[in-house]
Design a protein around this ligand. Sequence first.
Ligand code: GDP
Ligand code: GDP
Length: 465
Amino acid sequence: MKPLVAIVGRPNVGKSTFFNRMIGERLAIVEDMPGTTRDRLYGDTDWNGRDFTLIDTGGLELGSGLPVGHVGLNGQPGDLMDHVMSQAQLAIDEADVIVFMVDARSGITAADEDVAQKLRHTKKPVIIAANKADNKDRRMDAVEFYALGLGEPIVISSIQGVGTGDLLDRIVEELPPASEMEDEEDEDVIRISIVGRPNVGKSSLLNAITGSQRSIVSNVPGTTRDAIDTSFEFEGKKIRLVDTAGIRRRGRIGAGVEKYSVLRSERALERSDVSILMLDATEGLAAQDTHIAGAIHESSKGVIVVVNKWDLAQEQRKAEREGIFAHPDDEINSADEYREILAEGLKFIPYAPILFASAKTGYHVKSILDAAVKIAEMRYLRVPTARLNEIVQDATRRHSPTVIRHKPLKIFYATQARVNPPTFVFFVNDTEAVHFSYERYLENRLREAFSFRGTAIRLQFRPRS
Ligand code: GDP
Ligand code: GDP
């Protein structure tokens, strides 16, 4: 779990230059997998042993009420200033630490004062970075930023890379304590996240679940400062819904928060064992859904696909049959059609069960919890080594490994290295000889043999030493 550090400030002070310096090289390593294209405005980094996620808010596209070119406060184009203030607000809402970047060459501008004014009202740590202090005189001048009332400015030159280490030191000092960020690895608690695009019905599902549970235990603080989890018991099992504050808040700020909300979903995802990926039955599958599914798969979590608003879809189908086309352009899919669409569009999570549900009427809400409990149990399944090796031997007998470059693969033995996610290590003669199609074959054999459903499983190959 990583804390979030947001860089805010008016345009051209050097936010993205700093960001690219910190993250640039790492971003080049983007995994070549469908649905995993990362947003380039945020990236993970580490300093002094602490990991955190850095966001360049300058690149976020935020909605603005003012027309382009409208000159607002401070002689800045109105929408631009609006934009900067929205970024600052988002940072206040979502980040753990805020870096307020200013330009040491231009000194304090009226726009800086406005942003500072807003930031002075937050309890979150704010660090001023006076950038473009490329020489001694500029470094001396930078003391003027004390006047913004946000403490000592850290003087940096992003272009030269001078002072950036001091800035990182300060950021790390202000991060929430590592102990606060660590999640307890409690086998008894099933941690569930609800993820999906805005308006698919996440908070309605949350209400349907919590409304039906009389045993709500507590609202427990999550690992980031403003995350609240909800805990309850369901048929004797302890369930923890992760970041319920985030689910309720979404959509509150309106357009432009998409990127933050995606990031927030990904963080909730990382903290959970099982993720409920919600879709809107009346809307079909969007690129964003595929992206989230990719992230779930990548982090090897349990997953249930919930096609929500099934009540509405049924109504619309009925209307269509009666010749009343509400939306003549988009036909509403039947359950079978949906299964086909999902099999194609979410093909990297073929193991996910699909449930058609309605958060509004409560249809299948209990089934969602039942499925989550079952999946969590599967994730803690321990397969006896002897049984595992019987399955592997049987698999290789039935279908011998593909020979790559004349090197036949030989599997000596396999063992389960860990649970949650179930992880299997195969000791082989040569790891290069493992063809991905054979890996998939082995995975499918293990799934069949041990009824793994609704969860990613990991296969690792090691040379036998
Ligand atoms: P942003 O709009 O805040 O993201 O600003 P950019 O990172 O795009 O930088 C705006 C301009 O300032 C670019 O031309 C950068 O090359 C320049 N710049 C950024 N950092 C420094 C610096 O430390 N020194 C100098 N002299 N120029 C800088
Ligand atoms: P979120 O943005 O994903 O949290 O979505 P909300 O829970 O706020 O729901 C968005 C809208 O869809 C609201 O107007 C809900 O009342 C409506 N909605 C949610 N679930 C259902 C459902 O199962 N059936 C119907 N008909 N409407 C739903």
